[in-house]
Ligand binder design. Sequence first.
Ligand code: 8YV
Length: 325
Amino acid sequence: MTNSPDRPSPMAPGTVAQAGPLLDSLERMLKDEYSVVRLPDDVESLDPAEAAKVRAVVTSGRVGVPSALMAALPNLEIVTNFGVGYDTTDVAQAVARGIRVTNTPDVLTDCVADTALALMLDVFRRFGASERFLRDGEWESRGFPLTRRFSGSTVGVLGLGRIGQAIARRAAAFDATILYTTRRPVEGVAWEHVASAVDLARRSDVLVVAVPGGAATENLVDAEVIRALGPDGYLVNIARGSVVDEDALVAALESGEIAGAGLDVFAHEPHVPERLIRDDVTLLPHVGSGTHETRNDMRDLTLANLRAHLAGDPLPTPVPEMAAV
Ligand code: 8YV
């Protein structure tokens, strides 16, 4: 890609914009390399002259570039998303306008899968609750109640992409029986494909949600799927809060229709409904990819995508929808 008078150079102030907060070191490295502008949180206060300069937006999965913001950036060429999930970015508009979108797959798979295993182990074995029990001095007077064995259980993985497969591999090391549900069976895996989420939940001791967020999967785990887990079943979600009907989950927990849940993601982060804060729910503040190593890798991949675009080189990790651009 060559620079022309109507396409400001990458170094021209405002060419690269930031939407929402980013990892400190990513913000620093962006500022060192480009004259970055920070987009306002509310799109109405965006100055049209500034908006017209923006060719690239760097954002995170939490903030993204939603419809109104994208529509207000007439010369936008690329959204580089820090995170594998990009459901907060209007990809349909991006495809229609020839705007490129990149994300950070692979580099976070291991940490997110590790988190899923930690949540599964915790909901079965209640290590967090038992630690609170010890810290509260309760061990002085009695032992902690017995829990459930995780090894050898049946783990249902909803969505068998990179992260789903990494979860399945880890659970298999605990001698779990692995079942999974995807639209079509995944070639080259030995695990049993189950056609529907309800059947998957019915046959599993724990259902792990590992599908992308967005309109296509909104409330995919609804009251019926949750209920199908039964009073001894657990739900674990490391994907997006939008995939699970949170009200239905609260209702199922309160009525004892399921045994418990392990959640790293919520419908309206960082808000966690009071009624979800229960002893039979393990709650994490969306830390799935939150290690120094992984976040640094995500940062480097985000920057590599931005630099490649501005230099006219092939993008390292365009999102799959870019095949149509
Ligand atoms: C990040 C995530 O915390 O990659 C994702 O989709 O949810 C997490 O790794 C998030 O994108 C940062 O905003």
